[in-house]
Every structure is written in structure tokens, then in C-alpha cells.
Ligand binder design. Structure first.
Ligand SMILES: O=C(O)CCC(=O)c1ccccc1C(=O)O
Ligand SMILES: [Mg+2]
Length: 339
């Protein structure tokens, strides 16, 4: 298996309740499988995945990629598992001369709505970012909260709702910054703003707390970090979420997202696929797997523009708040453009 390291700066840091994300470092991998080359990407993000060092060590230890997936050797290093799983899936799709998505599902989307990702900022900045996104064609905005006081966050969201009108969907993501009382105060403050959902108000482990918030408030609750720490079975059994935020990088690969989505569907829980601000290979992987799901919600895949540069030309740029799924074989990128 070929492994090559990369480091990409963000164009501007993404400000979150857990601090800024300033750069994304990771590994591209290439495998030979079913007579074809396939590419994958591991872009670890502590909080969701193993560290960069543990990821490298796990990838270096892979002898036979298909065997490493089967025998569970990568189960504790989701970003490394993601790279290997995606590369094998890319090669298998190429061997069938089909786009990756059609090897994952019999019925799939050809294009998907995506949300604009808006970091923490003061009220004017947040409103400006929201208006720009809507002018660019997005009809779903995801706004980071939890980095400042609740009253300020409530005013930011009030101002955004007033600026964009009732038709635009608004999500808020607190990245686990709050305790139950702070989350309760926020949810009371935004009760009239028709939020699509509040993502991860409480720390990852607090399933019971999220279940209480769901009972007390009408705003739906989505869980993201929780899925990186707790099995989807337990998350679903706790009645803690209306929506599961599935990051292929954090769950360990496209195959893992499909199985989580199947469990979520059984519980009538929604699914949204998002990146960890990945490079082009993993973003494409997330796009194909999102297109394989029946979900019609906007996904959190519009993160290319957050990066200052990328590893290759993006075959799936965001246009008018949507991304079209490449129709050529595999991920939609030529491995020789990457290695
Ligand atoms: O969902 C999106 O809009 C983009 C992805 C995103 O917000 C994100 C990106 C990197 C790390 C964490 C997160 C997050 O959802 O919390
Ligand atoms: Mg999140």
C-alpha cells in the first residue's frame, strides 16, 4: 500500500466552541485491488479520530489492505480504516467501471443539497456570512455556536433568521460546549427561530442529557461527537437524537456509514453526512456515500472552500448549494493525478 503525507492550511481558521481548526494534515493511500488502483484518504481529527501519529502507525502496519479491514486491525483507528476502506471501494468500483455510489446502493441521488458551514463570529460577521451563502445559492446554513455567551448566540441566530427569511433552513452546532442548563437556556431562546436542529449541545458521552433536552424542547437534536465515542446501537437506544451526523472519517469508512444509516432508518432517525474538512479524496468518498442514502436532508459536504489549496482539481464543486455526484468510474478522480 502506498502512503503519502499531506498538509493543507485552511483559507481562514474555522472558529468553533472547541477552538479554531487551522490546518488539516493526513495521508493519501493507494491500493491495488481487483486489478485496479484505488485511492483513499486518512485525515485524522482528534476529538473524532485517532491522532496523526497513531494513524500513520496503523497505516504503516497494513500488509494486505483487504485482510486488515476484515480482521479488525484498524477498528481503533477510524481515519486509517477510512483510508483503506475507501481505497478498496474505489478500486472495486473502477473494476466494475461504475461510479462508487452505484456499487453502494441500487437507487441513488445524482446531486445532493449541502449546507454552508459558518464559523463562530460576531453578529455582523455571522449575518454577512449567512447572506453571502444565501446569495451563493445555499438554502441550508450551519452556524457554529457555543464559543460565546448564550445570549450572544441567541442574538446571532435571531439576526440571521431576520436576514435570510423563513425559507432558509438553519442549523446550529455547539460542538459539545454546554451543560444541560446552558443548553436549556439556548433552546428556550431560539424556540421561535424554527431551527432545523441543534447539533451536539452537550459533551459526547451525555446521552441521557440529550434525551432530556429532546423531551423539554421542540428543536430537534442532532448528535455528532457522540457517534465517535459511543456505538450507534447505544446512541439510538437512548432516544438521544433526531438526527445522526455521520462523518465517514470518524466512523471508519463508507461501509460503516451505510450500516449506521441502516440502523438509524430502523429507528426513524435522520442522517446527515459531513466531512471533517477533508481533502478532495475523502470529500468525494463522503459525497458518494451520502448519495447512496435515502436521506433528502442537506449534507455537510461544502467544505472545499474552507481549504486554501487541495490535492487535485475538485470534480464535484458546489454549485447553487448542491453537489453533483461524478458519473465516471470510482470516486471520480484519476489516481495518477494524486500519486
Ligand atoms: O457539517 C458541516 O457543515 C461541515 C463539517 C463541520 O462542521 C465540522 C468540520 C470539522 C470538524 C467538526 C465539524 C463538526 O460538524 O462539528
Ligand atoms: Mg458537528
Amino acid at each position: 500500500m502506498r502512503i503519502s503525507e499531506f498538509s493543507l492550511d485552511l483559507a481562514h481558521p474555522l472558529e468553533t466552541a472547541k477552538g479554531p481548526i487551522e490546518s488539516r494534515d493526513g495521508f493519501l493511500v493507494a491500493v491495488e485491488h481487483q486489478g485496479e488502483r484505488g485511492v483513499g484518504e486518512a485525515t485524522p481529527l482528534p476529538g473524532w479520530t485517532e491522532s496523526l501519529e497513531d494513524c500513520r502507525a496503523a497505516l504503516d502496519a497494513v500488509d494486505d489492505p483487504a485482510e486488515a479491514l476484515d480482521d479488525g486491525a484498524l477498528d481503533d483507528t477510524p481515519a486509517a480504516r477510512h483510508a483503506v476502506s475507501l481505497a478498496l471501494a474505489d478500486a472495486a468500483a473502477r473494476a466494475r467501471d461504475e461510479p462508487l455510489v452505484t456499487t453502494l446502493a441500487t437507487n441513488s441521488h445524482t446531486s445532493l443539497p449541502v449546507n454552508a458551514t459558518i464559523g463562530d463570529g460576531d453578529r455582523e460577521t455571522t449575518v454577512g456570512d449567512a447572506k453571502t451563502a444565501v446569495l451563493d445559492g445555499f438554502d441550508c446554513l450551519k452556524i457554529k455556536v457555543g464559543a460565546r455567551g448564550v445570549a450572544d448566540d441567541v442574538e446571532r441566530l435571531r439576526a440571521v433568521r431576520e436576514a435570510v427569511g423563513p425559507e432558509v433552513s438553519i442549523r446550529a452546532d455547539a460542538n459539545g460546549a454546554w451543560d444541560r442548563w446552558t443548553a436549556d437556556e439556548f433552546l428556550s431562546g431560539v424556540a421561535d427561530f424554527d431551527l432545523e436542529y441543534l447539533e451536539q449541545p452537550l459533551p459526547a458521552e451525555e446521552l441521557a442529557g440529550h434525551a432530556v433536552l429532546r423531551r423539554l424542547h421542540d428543536t430537534p437534536i442532532a448528535l455528532d461527537e457522540s457517534l465517535a465515542h459511543i456505538s450507534p446501537q447505544r446512541v439510538l437506544a437512548s432516544n438521544a437524537a433526531d438526527v445522526l451526523v455521520c462523518k465517514p472519517m470518524a466512523l471508519g469508512g463508507p461501509d460503516r456509514v451505510l450500516s449506521v444509516a441502516e440502523m438509524a432508518a430502523q429507528s426513524a432517525v435522520g442522517v446527515v453526512v459531513t466531512t471533517t474538512i477533508d481533502a478532495v479524496v475523502a470529500r468525494l468518498g463522503a459525497l458518494h456515500v451520502a448519495a447512496a442514502l435515502s436521506s433528502t436532508r442537506a449534507h455537510g459536504l461544502a467544505t472545499a472552500s474552507l481549504l486554501e489549496s487541495d490535492l487535485a482539481t475538485d470534480p464535484a464543486p458546489v454549485r447553487n448549494g448542491s453537489m453533483a455526484v461524478p458519473e465516471i468510474s470510482g470516486l471520480g478522480i484519476d489516481p495518477s493525478d494524486l500519486f
